[in-house]
Ligand binder design. Structure first.
Ligand code: NOJ
Ligand code: CA
Length: 566
């Protein structure tokens, strides 16, 4: 690997020092910790496996806390860890107030959170309020109860159409493909916006509302610092009949003015106001971030201080390698955050999308989501792996200099690419089964992490891995990168250490770039971030170079890196 840290590369591989007790206490008490946090997403089944069953678990996470400290992250967002049949990777929850026995116990959870807190790292739990799993006790009761019973009123049951009710109540399509309605033995149908194992809850039912407040308290009492709210924009629905035909409904991220029957309805904010009241019962108040794929103009409602407080912004995650789009998105989101009182969120990768090292290694236009490439089986002839890694580091460095929270998805700090070509027999994502096969799904970004160069499952555990790891994973292992001051891991560590110096102030100003291909902005303390999207090298302003995502060439910024200058 090339040397990418200039200067001070000798110190880079070591990462962040362990914080002292005062620093930990300050961080733990800070009510605004979430505003500028660097958050690391852990997909628990694929992070670290402590008992060799091929599935990552909570003890695995606890054992890797020193790694999280050395990375220099402020918080961990833990994807669902609740009991689940894994019909949708844990987003099908059987019991909201317990730990999946495959992942550990509540005691393991307590041990994990105590370890994180002792290291000054906050924990954000994923909460899934739109749907339960079909194994949840409520759904089992609903199936056993007759039509019209209170047990069915917790979900969205309807009679079918046609003389024998054999036609689904509407022609709506599930997010994962196929219909949104499933028929039960007595002839009724229930709604599921996602897989059929994920029946949608009825948020008009006060019992449902009350139960989620109990869940928020349950985890907040156990020390959880914040919540990531799954599909926050779908909870409340207008199921007035006749249901509108699918062809007349807009997409979830269009501005539907709150009139779509299930995406982004205005009433959903009553729910989140009641959540905010509970989150504010705690000291410091618990934070929350909405996963809401809504039109940018309507995002601020989710992020309001009277509601969840923050909302994901997926605009950069969907942006091509294009400075003008980046600039527009950044300006718009910072303005919006200022007006809602929230802070922005930035993310390039998560467990639902093709890894950004791969997206940015694809030809322009394909790089927005990479699905075409993945569907074609991951054609290596169109993927420039090296370029993708360079660009991914550059945009990550840019992101980490922006005001707001930056989200990092496990494995991106290793420069991991998407794993293409997973054999069909080994796939797990319901998208693959429901589309069927048209969308190969999200397993390629969920492959267990490589910790060591070789050995069983590259050190993920002492036996196998629940999704197959490709041979090239070993080259990206933590073990290799820790020895290399020029590695992507060393780069992330250095960037995160430096970022801490920026925390607190949210000022931001664009500076006219050296050319239209350059994005240049300045942060407090004369901190400049400059990204060269073009092909020609550009001059840098005078100052000391804190970090570059790829080496400078004769003191100039070549194509594709970001530099921080002060
Ligand atoms: C969004 C989650 O990120 C995704 O993984 C999941 O499949 C859906 N919500 C449904 O819960
Ligand atoms: Ca395990």
């Amino acid at each position: 690997m090339t040397s990418i840290v200039e200067p001070g590369s000798d110190a880079a591989a070591e990462g962040a020092p362990a914080p002292d007790a005062d620093a930990v206490a300050r961080r733990m008490q800070d009510p605004d910790w979430w505003r500028q946090a660097a958050v690391y997403q852990i997909y628990p089944r694929s992070f670290a496996d402590s008992n060799g069953d091929g599935i990552g678990d909570l003890k695995g996470i606890t054992s890797r806390i020193p790694y999280l400290v050395s990375l220099g992250v402020d918080a961990v967002w833990l994807s669902p860890f609740y009991p689940s049949a894994l019909a949708d990777g844990g987003y099908d929850v059987d019991d909201y107030r317990d730990v999946d026995p495959k992942l550990g116990t509540l005691e393991d959870f307590d041990e994990m959170i105590a370890g994180l807190h002792a290291a000054g790292i906050k924990l954000i739990a994923d909460i899934v309020p739109n749907h339960t799993s079909d194994r949840h006790v409520w759904f089992q009761e609903a199936l056993a109860a007759p039509k019209g019973s209170p047990a069915r009123e917790r979900y969205i049951f309807r009679d079918g159409l046609g003389p024998d009710g054999a036609t689904a109540p509407s022609d709506w399509e599930s997010v994962f493909g196929g219909p949104t309605w499933e028929r039960v033995p007595d002839g009724q149908w229930y709604l599921h916006l996602f897989a059929k194992e994920q029946p949608d809850l009825n948020w008009d039912n006060p019992e449902v509302r009350e139960d989620f407040l109990t869940t928020l308290r349950f985890w907040s009492d156990r020390g959880v610092d914040g919540f990531r709210v799954d599909v926050a924009h779908a909870l409340t629905k207008d199921m007035t009949e006749p249901l509108q035909p699918w062809a007349e409904l807009g997409a979830q991220d269009e501005d539907n003015q709150g009139l779509h029957p299930f995406w982004d309805r205005d009433e959903v904010h009553e729910v989140f106001a009641s959540w905010r009241a509970v989150l504010d019962e705690y000291t410091p108040p618990r934070s929350a971030v909405a996963e809401a794929w809504v039109h940018a103009d309507r995002r601020g409602r989710y992020a309001s201080p009277e509601g969840l407080g923050q909302a994901f912004n997926f605009d950069l995650l969907q942006a091509s390698w294009d400075p003008a789009s980046f600039r527009d998105i950044i300006t718009k989101n910072l303005t919006e955050a200022r007006s809602s009182g929230a802070s922005s969120t930035w993310v390039f990768s998560n467990h639902d999308v093709i890894r950004h090292a791969t997206r940015y290694g694809l030809p322009l236009e394909q790089d927005r989501d990479g699905r075409k490439w993945l569907l074609a089986g991951g054609d290596e002839s169109v993927l420039d792996r090296e370029l993708g890694e360079r660009r991914a580091r550059a945009v990550t460095q840019l992101m980490l200099a922006l005001p707001g929270s930056g989200y990092i998805y496990q494995g991106e700090e290793l420069g991991l690419h998407e794993v293409a070509g997973i054999p069909d027999a080994e796939r797990q994502d319901p998208t693959f089964f429901r589309s069927p096969g048209v969308d190969v799904g999200r397993d390629g970004c969920r492959v267990p992490l490589p910790w060591t160069t070789d050995g069983e499952s590259f050190g993920f555990g002492f036996a196998g891995a629940h999704l197959p790891q490709p041979a090239w994973f070993g080259d990206h292992a933590v073990e290799v990168q820790e020895q290399d001051p020029g590695s992507t891991l060393a780069f992330y560590r250095r960037a995160l250490v430096l970022r801490r110096e920026l925390q607190g102030a949210e000022d931001f100003d664009w500076v006219e770039g050296a050319s239209g291909d350059v994005l240049h902005f300045v942060r407090p303390g004369g901190w400049h971030s400059i990204t060269n999207f073009g092909a020609e090298p550009v001059d840098l302003p005078v100052g000391s170079v804190l970090l570059t995502s790829s080496p400078l060439e004769a003191g100039r910024l070549p194509a594709n890196p970001t530099a921080w200058i002060r």
